[in-house]
Design a binder for this molecule. Structure first.
Ligand code: NDP
Length: 448
């Protein structure tokens, strides 16, 4: 940025921080997008006059409500829940629900904000939203989770609809939760509609939705490496997380000939020096998806490291697939010092700002989540299309479309992020490509 642009950036961020105090994750996400788009924005007076940047960083609305539910032993509990409907310039609001004790307004605003540009990048007609609750599903029985979901939906149902807002899963919200939420919505509305995505296959879900985020992340990584004359075959990949995104990223990595050297969860990581194989992958999938256990339990071989992150092990590539800010400056230095070629984000904003700067300064390819994990929402968009047409496509058809959407997203990043160095700046490319489309629509709508 020039000096004048830096002054504008600082002035904009001062205002944003004043308007959104105590929301570090939201401020971080906005800061990253604004840094990428500001030079373009400042050169377009019509966008400035329309205050697009001020407006796109303010959610359309935030709905906050209490969710009261009953434990198996008859005790009453109350949690807080939100839906952040951030921007619907490009289509109905779309974005997941997260159930985790750390959920708060800052985290949901950061996720909703990122979702606007991710959804724009997919080329599908979807706005950006996010929601969730500080409810912790861990240690709860199925019936407790069901009662919580049903109570939450009583309020949420007033604010969503297939042409209004279509939630999906995220951390702590998988097939079980989506099904309870969907069943309750149907009961309340007395009609079947594609109001949630990530549904079971026999009741309106799409083939490949479960796998889509992880597979899509690997497809993006393949495109990125191919564009730079490299490939995934034979690469050792350190993966974090062992939830939906991490598991299916690991599965696809093994399929394309890479070696998965780690998986992790909130309590530690498991190191597979010789690589994870598909038999052990299946055992871990069963452990995490069905039994909801911990990686401390040895079902997949490897060596367990409690309380640690996997970024210190020998690898060629890192794929953080657990949560935001899980890879910091020290981790980035460790990874860079051992000569990794790329970091490809499966989670949302897993690489913090300082770590991202370090990767850039060391010439390491860095795929930001809004581009590399967009496969999940892309297949959710395809699920909406199938529901609207009362059709369901085969696995092959959905996978083919997913792959093409990822190839197109990669091309959009390259178009906007090439030029300043020998490597593509994917951060800048994804932010600019996602932003321009939303900004153009907002400008066309006038003062709304
Ligand atoms: P899951 O709930 O299925 O899995 C989350 C994984 O991350 C679990 O292994 C969990 O460990 C681990 N984890 C959670 N919090 C922490 C923490 N603070 N430190 C270390 N590990 C942690 O979620 P998803 O796989 O769906 O989501 C993972 C990430 O991907 C999130 O950032 C999400 O926003 C993003 N994402 C998800 C999409 C999807 O389609 N599901 C789409 C696009 C992005 P444990 O098992 O111990 O809880």
């Amino acid at each position: 940025m020039t000096e004048a642009e830096t002054r504008e950036y600082e002035s904009f961020m001062r205002g944003l921080k004043r308007r959104n105090p105590h929301q570090p994750e939201f401020q971080q996400a906005v800061g990253e997008v604004v840094a990428s788009v500001l030079p373009w924005y400042l050169a377009h007076e019509d966008y400035r006059r329309a205050q697009i940047l001020e407006r796109v960083t303010e959610p359309d609305r935030i709905i906050s409500f209490r969710v009261t539910w009953e434990t198996d032993s008859g005790e009453i509990r109350a949690n807080r829940a939100w839906r952040v409907q951030f921007n619907h310039a490009l289509g109905p609001y779309k974005g997941g629900l997260r159930f985790h004790p750390t959920v708060n307004e800052s985290i949901l605003k950061f996720l909703g904000f990122e979702q606007i540009f991710k959804n724009s990048l997919t080329g599908l007609p979807m706005g950006g939203a996010k929601g969730g609750s500080n409810f912790n599903p861990k240690g709860k029985s199925d019936r407790e989770v069901m009662r919580f979901c049903q109570s939450l939906m009583i309020e949420l149902s007033r604010h969503i609809g297939e042409d209004v807002d279509v939630p999906a899963g995220d951390i702590g919200v998988g097939g079980r939760e989506v099904s309870y939420l969907f069943g309750q919505y149907m009961r309340l509305e007395n009609r079947w509609s594609g109001v949630l995505t990530g549904k079971g296959l026999s009741y309106g879900g799409s083939a490949v939705r479960t796998e889509a985020t992880g597979w899509g992340c690997v497809y993006f990584c393949e495109e990125m490496l191919r564009h730079h004359g490299d490939s995934l075959a034979g690469k050792r990949v350190a993966v974090s997380g062992s939830g939906n995104v991490a598991l299916y990223a690991a599965q696809k990595l093994i399929e394309v000939g890479a070696t998965v050297v780690s998986l992790s969860d909130s309590r530690g990581f498991r190191h597979f020096p010789d690589g994870l194989d598909l038999d052990h992958w299946s055992a871990i999938r069963e452990l995490k998806e069905v039994r909801r256990g911990s990686l401390a339990e040895d079902v997949g071989g490897g060596i367990y490291h409690p309380g640690a992150k996997p970024w210190g092990i020998a690898c060629d590539l890192a794929m953080p697939c657990a949560t935001q800010n899980e890879l910091d400056l020290d981790d980035a230095i460790t990874l860079a010092d051992q000569g990794i070629v790329a970091v490809c984000e499966g989670a949302n904003m897993p690489v913090n700002h300082e770590a991202a700067e370090l990767l850039r300064s060391r010439g390491i390819l860095h795929a930001p989540g809004k581009a590399s994990n967009a496969g999940g929402v892309a297949v959710s968009g395809l699920e909406q299309s199938q529901n609207a047409m009362r059709l369901s496509w085969s696995r092959e058809e959905v996978d083919r479309r997913l792959r093409q959407i990822i190839i197109d997203i990669h091309a959009r990043c390259v178009a906007e992020g090439s030029g300043e160095g020998p490597k593509v700046d994917y951060l800048k490319g994804s932010n600019l490509a996602g932003f321009k489309k939303v900004a153009g629509a907002m400008l066309a709508y006038g003062a709304v």
